[in-house]
Design a protein around this ligand. Structure first.
Ligand SMILES: *Cc1c(COP(=O)(O)O)cnc(C)c1O
Length: 407
């Protein structure tokens, strides 16, 4: 039994009262995006209703209030990641944006022809394509850590790949498609031993796992607010300050400059050097409330409860004949991908939707992983702290209905 009061938590998320196709909504698509608690919705309305102003540049009351809320959020995130310095927290538009930033600045400046970049089979497209673009431009070589049939990375193969040619390693902390938790500390240490820098895609990890960028010794860590109860279009890139300082800016414009003349521009210091233009102020302000919400519940408590849900769902799903769970890694978060013999994942999704149950079907932005597994896609149920075992029972009943209707 969880020490969290799940019924009370559910009341914090107004969307959970919605009806879908005449049924109570069962939202099991949390790996795509999580729902937002009232405290985050209120923070957005409060910002726009009471102190909307552009930040940093103004000296009037509203501008100062907005700036201070915006910078409070940076401090909250610094603590959330245990970063050594506040200026190591760069606001982005999401994980994708953070990875592109690093590929286009660090990558373009420091990588050259023949250098090797290592990613893994578990990567989301957003941690594949930016590196392919860089490789096409610079003549670098992309190498891919293989997985075993359970969905764990084969780390002995990774160790064999490492050499003085390895200049960058970019791997996912937690797989969005299979739920695998990677041993990123090991990956980082081995990369550092050959002098490579490491980026961790923390899009899925940030809501499930306590992150300590200093203990990990990550050079970069990227995540998106919308996957941890915050708004869409807002994300964070953590970078070590000496690495960030050595990088050229990404986008040019207002805020990222110190002084501009037509002849020459000098750039602002960290973090502003990487925050050109008016940022996503309201969403940055609101993410602080999402993180406070998580901290109040306690990440360990959340993880323990989600683990209960994962175990329960895994047991119940395993009892369904013709159903196989895809991804049985040693350590997993609360994501269950599955296939049903003779039924296309899309049909599973459509029939579950008729019963008010939201799951994701398809390749989950991990086409190369699906190719490796020899699957066109899977159906994926991903759980958050507001989900319940009763809802999992509805999923199980729903899948039996799918079998009746299709088979
Ligand atoms: C969602 C996700 C991304 C991309 O995040 P965006 O918010 O779409 O930029 C990257 N990696 C993983 C593992 C994800 O789950």
């Amino acid at each position: 039994m969880s020490i969290l009061d799940i019924n009370k938590i559910r009341k914090d998320f107004p969307i959970l009262d919605e009806k879908v196709n005449g049924r109570d909504l069962v939202y099991f698509d949390n790996a795509a995006t999580t729902q937002k608690p009232s405290i985050v919705l209120d923070a957005l309305a409060n910002y726009y209703g009471h102190y909307n102003a552009n930040i940093h540049r103004g000296i009037h009351f509203l501008a100062e209030k907005a700036t201070s809320a915006f910078e409070d959020s940076r401090t909250t995130i610094q603590k959330f990641l245990n970063a050594a310095h506040k200026e190591e927290i760069i606001f982005t538009y999401g994980t994708t944006d953070g990875i592109n930033l690093v590929a286009q600045t660090y990558g373009r400046k420091f990588l050259k022809e023949g250098d090797e970049i290592i990613i893994s089979t578990l990567e989301h497209h957003s941690n594949i394509v930016p590196w392919q673009m860089l490789c096409a431009e610079k003549g670098c070589v992309l190498r891919v850590i293989p997985i075993d049939d359970k969905g764990d990375l084969i780390l002995e193969e990774y160790e064999k790949m490492l050499s003085e040619k390895t200049k960058f390693v970019s791997v996912v902390h937690v797989s969005n498609a299979l739920g695998t938790i990677n041993d990123v500390k090991f990956i980082i240490d081995k990369a550092h031993a050959v002098g490579a820098k490491v980026l961790i895609d923390g899009a899925q990890a940030s809501s499930h796992i306590t992150i300590d960028v200093q203990a990990l010794d990550a050079d970069f860590y990227a995540f998106s607010a919308h996957k941890l109860f915050g708004p869409t279009g807002m994300g964070v890139l953590y970078g070590k300050s000496d690495v960030l300082n050595a990088m050229p800016p990404y986008r040019g414009g207002g805020e990222m400059i110190k002084e501009v003349t037509f002849e020459k521009t000098t750039y602002n210091e960290l973090p502003y050097k990487f925050e050109a233009g008016t940022p996503n102020i309201a969403d940055v302000v609101a993410v602080k409330f999402a993180i406070d919400y998580i901290n109040d519940l306690g990440k360990e408590n959340i993880a323990a409860y989600e683990d209960e849900l994962l175990k329960y769902a895994t047991e119940q799903l395993s009892d369904i004949s013709g159903l196989s769970i895809v991804g049985q890694a040693k350590e997993k978060v609360s994501v269950v991908s599955f296939v049903l013999d003779g039924v296309h994942p899309q049909d599973v999704g459509v029939i579950l939707d008729q019963q008010g149950i939201a799951v994701r079907t398809g390749h989950h932005c991990t086409q190369p992983l699906m190719n490796r597994l020899g699957l066109p896609g899977t159906s994926r149920a991903s759980f958050a702290v507001y989900n319940t075992k009763q809802e999992i029972d509805k999923l199980i009943a729903g899948i039996h209905k799918v079998k009746k209707m299709v088979l």
